[in-house]
Design a protein around this ligand. Structure first.
Ligand SMILES: *Cc1c(COP(=O)(O)O)cnc(C)c1O
Length: 356
C-alpha cells in the first residue's frame, strides 16, 4: 500500500496501439520491441506482456532477458550489447538468447568455446556512430571467423543511427554504408530505431527496432500522430498558501513573486525522478491547465504557482507532471534533456499503476 499520492499510471492499451502504429509505418518489417532499462521505466514484464504481437524483444543485459524467460516469454530475445563476459555464453545458450557481437573480444569468447548449439548472432557494424560495432573493413573477416565456429551460426547484420532524429545527410550516409555491406551478405538486416521507423521508410529493411515510440514519446521534435503516451506521472496538491509580492519560494530563493501569489505544494520531487534541473516555468497540469513550476525542485516536493486557478484549487487536487495532456517531451525540452531520460529515471518508490 502506498500512502504517498505519487504514482505512474501505465496505460496498457496505449502500448498495443503504439505497436500497431509501428506496424503501420513499417508493414513489411519484423519488429524487435526495445524494452531495455526496465521497459524505459514502465516495467519490463508489464511492457513485454502488452507487446506479445512483436516478433522479438531487445534488452540490454542478460538479467533482463532471464526475467522475461522466467515469466514464460518464448519470443526471440536479443542482448543488444551482447555478452559482457565469457561466462555469459552458456547462460545465453541455456535461455535461448540471441546476442550482438560487436568486438573482437566477444568473438574470442565464441572461438574459445566448444559449443555446437546453433547461435543467432546480431553482428554489429559501425556505420559512423563510432560507439559499438566492427569497422566496414573488418566485417568480412569476422563473418569468416563466425562461419568457422563449430556451432552453426545464423547472422543478422545490425547497425545503429547516430542522428536519425537530426541529420538527414548523416543518416543517409550511414544507410548507404550499411546497404553496401549488407548487399553481399544475404542475411536479415536491421538499422532503424524509432526515428528511422518514423522518418526513413527506406531504412526499415527486415527488422525495425523501435523503443521510445512504443512508449508514446518522440524521438523527433515533431509529434507523431497515432502515438499515445503510456505513462502518466501524477501526484496531488498537499498544501496551498498565499504569499505576498516580493517574497521568494524554496531553496536558494530562486523565484520571487511579482504579485500576491497562491503557491501549491505537490508531493513529487527528484526522489521520484522528477528532474531537479526543471526550471521555474516548467508546466504542471492542474485542472487541465498548464501551471508554472516555481522555485527549486526538492527531494519530495515541488512548488507551483496556481494563482490563476485560485477560484477552484483545493488540497488533494490532482497534478500531472507528464503523460496524457502533457507530453513528456515538453518537460524534457524545458529541462534540456530527452523524454527517454525522464521515463527511465522514475524511481523505484513510485508505484506503477496499470490502467486499460
Ligand atoms: C535503445 C536502442 C534502440 C531503440 O532506440 P529508440 O530511439 O528508443 O527507438 C534500437 N536499437 C538499439 C541497438 C538500441 O540500443
Amino acid at each position: 500500500m502506498a500512502y504517498r499520492p505519487v504514482k505512474a499510471l501505465i496505460h496498457l492499451n496505449a502500448l498495443q496501439q503504439n505497436l500497431r502504429q509501428v506496424k503501420t509505418f513499417a508493414p513489411d518489417s519484423k519488429v524487435l520491441a526495445i524494452i531495455k532499462s526496465n521497459g524505459y521505466g514502465h516495467g519490463i514484464e508489464r511492457v513485454a506482456g502488452q507487446l506479445t504481437q512483436a516478433d522479438g524483444y531487445g534488452v540490454a543485459c542478460i538479467d533482463e532477458a532471464i526475467v522475461l524467460r522466467q515469466k514464460g516469454f518464448l519470443h526471440p530475445i536479443v542482448l543488444l550489447e551482447g555478452l559482457f563476459s565469457e561466462a555469459e555464453l552458456s547462460i545465453a545458450i541455456q535461455h535461448r538468447l540471441e546476442f550482438a557481437v560487436h568486438s573482437f573480444l566477444q568473438l574470442e569468447w565464441l572461438k574459445n568455446s566448444a559449443i555446437k548449439t546453433p547461435l543467432n548472432i546480431w553482428l554489429k557494424l559501425d556505420t559512423g556512430m563510432h560507439r559499438l560495432g566492427f569497422q566496414v573493413h573488418e566485417i568480412q573477416n569476422v563473418i569468416a571467423e563466425l562461419k568457422a565456429l563449430p556451432a552453426p551460426v545464423n547472422i543478422h547484420l545490425m547497425s545503429h543511427f547516430a542522428s536519425a532524429d537530426e541529420s538527414e545527410a548523416f543518416t543517409q550516409k550511414q544507410l548507404s554504408i550499411f546497404n553496401q555491406v549488407a548487399g553481399n551478405l544475404k542475411c536479415p538486416r536491421s538499422i532503424a530505431n524509432s526515428a528511422g521507423v518514423q522518418r526513413y521508410p527506406e531504412s526499415h529493411l527486415d527488422w525495425v527496432r523501435p523503443g521510445i515510440m512504443l512508449y508514446g514519446a518522440c524521438a523527433t521534435s515533431e509529434t507523431v500522430p497515432g502515438l499515445k503516451p503510456v505513462m502518466t506521472l501524477m501526484s496531488q496538491i498537499i498544501s496551498l498558501k498565499w504569499i505576498e509580492a516580493g517574497e521568494t519560494v524554496g531553496y536558494g530563493q530562486t523565484w520571487q513573486a511579482s504579485r500576491r501569489s497562491l503557491i501549491a505544494v505537490v508531493a513529487i520531487g527528484y526522489g521520484d525522478g522528477y528532474p531537479r534541473h526543471a526550471p521555474s516555468g516548467t508546466p504542471v497540469l492542474i485542472h487541465g491547465e498548464r501551471m508554472p513550476l516555481v522555485g527549486r525542485v526538492s527531494m519530495d516536493m515541488i512548488t507551483v504557482d496556481v494563482t490563476d486557478l485560485a477560484e477552484k484549487v483545493t488540497i488533494g487536487d490532482e497534478a500531472i507532471l507528464w503523460g496524457q495532456g502533457l507530453p513528456v517531451d515538453v518537460i524534457a525540452d524545458a529541462c534540456g534533456t530527452i523524454g527517454y531520460e525522464l521515463l527511465c529515471g522514475v524511481t523505484q518508490r513510485v508505484p506503477r499503476v496499470e490502467e486499460r
